[in-house]
Ligand binder design. Sequence first.
Ligand SMILES: [Zn+2]
Length: 343
Amino acid sequence: MPNPPPDLQTLREFSAAIGADPLIIQAAGGNTSVKEGAVMWIKASGKLLADARAKDIFVPVDLPAIQTAIAEHHPRADQPAEFALAGSLQPSIETSLHAVFSQRIVVHVHCVNTLAIVIRPDAQAILVDRLQGFDWAFVPYVKPGAQLAALVAKALGSKTNVMLLGNHGLIVAAETVQAAQALLTRTIAALQAPARALRAPDPVALDGYATPDFISLPGDHPAHQVALSDDLTAAAGAGSLYPDHVIFLGIGVTLLAPGETVSLAAARRKAAGLTPPLLLLVPGAGALMRADATPGALALARCLGDVLLRLPLGVAVQTLTPEQNGDLLNWDAEKYRQALNAG
Ligand SMILES: [Zn+2]
């Protein structure tokens, strides 16, 4: 086992803090890393950043080896486990994304204020306005992993330390944990949008649709909000907006037609070749969730509400294509993460 860098402990504290904030990190999403010479310590796949203080969730990987694999477009670059130097944990499936940055500390988050912008087709124009004074770049959506890392590497200028990922999230990079923390705070502040006023769900109407398998979420759960504004219902109904939604909640969401039962909606999804429903929206009433939903699914249901509440009225969103959904669900590295989520 290589010796951990002296500031790994500081990174663990910072990782646990952002991991506990659902507006920045949801479930096992997001990851942090620190480079020390030829070794990069990165969060393990399927582990929660929130656990970074209490548990050992960082894996050392061979940095020059993975950098070479990315540069050569070698398929190994998408098998981060091949670069692990010790331990039984698998490095994050986004390890390659960290390896292409020259800075020591890299922090990748699925911040809801960022997502509310990068799911829009006009994301770049908004970012130009919001990120004046930052050394930033934007890359459009491609599947997370080596392909995205190669795209990010191409977009990096000599001083770029803020990277926006279309339909995905945000990366900040710095030489110290403190500088990364300050940059993350400053970037999120610049991207911040006010959340819409909350509307009250209709528990009586929801009870009319609920079954033992699909139950109403708590009244203050943000996912209800997606069902309570026509434009947000339409945005969610258009399809999946970012990868972890697909991984933890399945493809898109299910909108219940007036009077439609949960089992009819499930059959409709099945006939369309979609994943089984986990989150059901009853337009005008609120949201139902599978009674046995995992903590990961619940975190991503909350995320959908938190993201869409920050969408200005009537703006368009860009969804993942059926092929992009399929690529995520059929990816071995993601199947490992899904299996860990299922416990
Ligand atoms: Zn990500």
